[in-house]
Design a protein around this ligand. Structure first.
Ligand code: CA2
Length: 185
């Protein structure tokens, strides 16, 4: 049976809408402008994850952590920038850049496992404070159930929140926390 004029018009409208949706999905510039980045920053010795001390840090590697973070970011509509450095200055510069990116609206915030610098670095404390970046402090282990020198953190007073003791799953929890903090509705 031939379609009526109204039915043909409806069909044309539906086709046009579907074509528009396909265009939007393949428009990477649009995606890039809408999706914020979560920066996951790892400090000294975390490149050794999975190679030693499995009783404390588990047997998964930093590459496994990155895969887990990618999944968590996809679930929350973030792009992922995942880095590790053994150098304090490199971590500091990454935090400065993150502060600028957050102010420009392209970054949701930072998840920082500062490793042993957590317990020593006034410089990292000052960088976080000075950059104004939203930052979640993360530890794989429960630092408060370990040696006394791990009980003090220079990061905690300038962090928005702290996640510790959940193993590497804590990274996904911290990314979910960032999403919660940046939610506008
Ligand atoms: O529990 C955490 O995530 C820590 O930030 C890890 C740091 C430690 O200094 C903090 O007190 C707590 C250590 C990172 C080094 O990780 C290694 C993993 C495997 C083998 C050796 C070191």
């Amino acid at each position: 049976m031939p379609l009526s004029g109204a039915a043909r018009l409806r069909q044309r409208i539906i086709r046009a809408l579907l074509a528009g949706m396909r265009d939007l999905e393949s428009d990477h510039t649009l995606k890039d402008s809408v999706m914020k980045t979560a920066l996951v920053l790892n400090g000294p010795n975390l490149n050794l994850l999975g190679m030693r001390e499995p009783a404390v840090y588990g047997s998964q590697t930093l590459a496994d952590v990155e895969a887990l973070c990618l999944k968590a970011c996809a679930a929350h509509g973030f792009k992922l920038d995942f880095r590790q450095s053994n150098h304090e200055g490199i971590l500091i510069e990454a935090i400065h850049d993150a502060g600028r990116a957050e102010a420009a609206g392209t970054l949701a915030g930072v998840v920082l496992n500062a490793g042993a610098y957590t317990h020593t670095s006034v410089a990292l404390h000052d960088a976080i404070k000075g950059s104004g970046v939203t930052l979640i402090e993360l530890h794989i282990s429960n630092v408060h159930a370990r040696e006394a020198f791990r009980h003090h953190s220079y990061i905690s007073p300038v962090a928005k929140a702290v996640v510790a003791g959940f193993g590497i799953k804590g990274y996904a929890l911290a990314i979910a926390g960032l999403a919660e903090l940046t939610q506008t509705v």
